[in-house]
Design a protein around this ligand. Sequence first.
Ligand code: BG6
Length: 495
Amino acid sequence: MLEAFDFVIFGGAGDLALRKLIPGLYRAHREGSLAAGSRIIPTCRNTQMVAEYKDKVRDAAEKHLNSDEFDAAAWDAFSKCLFPVFVDIGTKDEHWDALAQLLNSGGNSQRVFYLSTPPSVFSICCKHLHETGLITATSRVVVEKPLGYDAKTAEEINSQIAEYFSEDAIFRIDHYLGKETVQNLLALRFANGMFEHLWDAKSIDHVQISISETVGLEGRASFYDGAGALRDMVQNHILQLLCLVAMESPNKMTADRIRAEKLKVLESLRPLNGNTVKYNTVRGQYVAGEMGGKAVPGYLDELGQASNTETFVAIRAYIDNSRWANVPFYLRTGKRMKQRFAEIVIQYKDVAHRVYPESAGMATPNRLIIRLQPEESIKIIMVSKDLEKHETHLRPVVLNLNFADTYKDFYSDAYKRLMLDAAAGDASLFIHRAEVDAAWAWIDPIIEAWQRPENKPHGYMAGSWGPQASAQLMASDRRRWFSIDEVLSGADQEW
Ligand code: BG6
């Protein structure tokens, strides 16, 4: 059990706090993970917000928690841990002193400062924390993406925070690392001998990592248009997933060892630049289409102005080390896609020699499918004899491990997990500064090459699987984006 801590959320009434942070802390409280005496201290921008805070977060929690999770009595008990305060982050005035008094009066030595704010105020917030004497030896700061716009701006942000906090007290969140199946990927690889022996270029044909979203701009136009899918999803979430798939085994499951192995993967990514960007990447932008039977506007209509920002990206990447020599990693993400899902597909090589005649049916390669959402599952596609037929006929079948069946009534919540880890000082699932730098070092030249006129985004209909060029990227390697229905029906063998 964690010892009691103080958890200060700057931007405590913001969207992230209301949708994810407070509900996550409520879950932690409900499952008994908040020691008695722990305090959650959300900061608000004025006194009226402070007065209304508890009602507001209660309404938000009812909306964002699953219906069977919200319990009025449990909420009332949790709400006693909430101490909203008025702090203007940019102005060092008596409200900062009041915050200091509150923190110093509680007797909790563990402190977390969660900066749920735009990065533009990280520096001033850290400075004021320092000047108020709030940064103790057992204080940590948690920061959210976007950590910069490119390598240079990321470096600036990281340097500003580093003026006040040492690297081991800086917790850079990537909420994908808090998803249970993502952590399970490490268990799958490093606690199951059978997979780790089949985890390299000798056995694996290629890897696909897809995060497909149905949402569009969601009222985040100004942020999103300045970022685009590559910065918003690939630089962080997708590259982190790639690291976990590709990294070598750390000799211990400690933050330092895990992060050192991930860093080696990022540093081994084959650089893409100039002409190789055109051949290995696809940019897309959605145009008006249909989602779930309803017409939806295109990106530019939602935005209300011209833009070349991509809402879809597909990349063929390589990791230049001996484990992964010439194994393509196909990365893909997009908004306003046909379905919401995130999954990693490891496709194995075909059998070396086909002993069955063609008349026995198709030979389908094995795939290991790690599904992160909407459901969390691990599936293996195997080939089996069709039991319903007398003659030998082969067909693909699915071995399915659905976590919802094994762990009933379990809601995984990435933010809850990561907030508790930050409170415990465990940085294993947080990103080291060197990883941020290495990720940008790979991304920046792609963005630069995209400035060329021939690399404008391709249009794709909202509600589709992205631009045609994305299917062509795979087809040029005689491969397809994975679809379980296609594989089971044999359509993946058609050309
Ligand atoms: C965020 C991106 O980091 O991740 C959003 O900024 C995206 O654009 C979101 O929608 C996706 O997260 P999840 O957990 O819903 O897949």
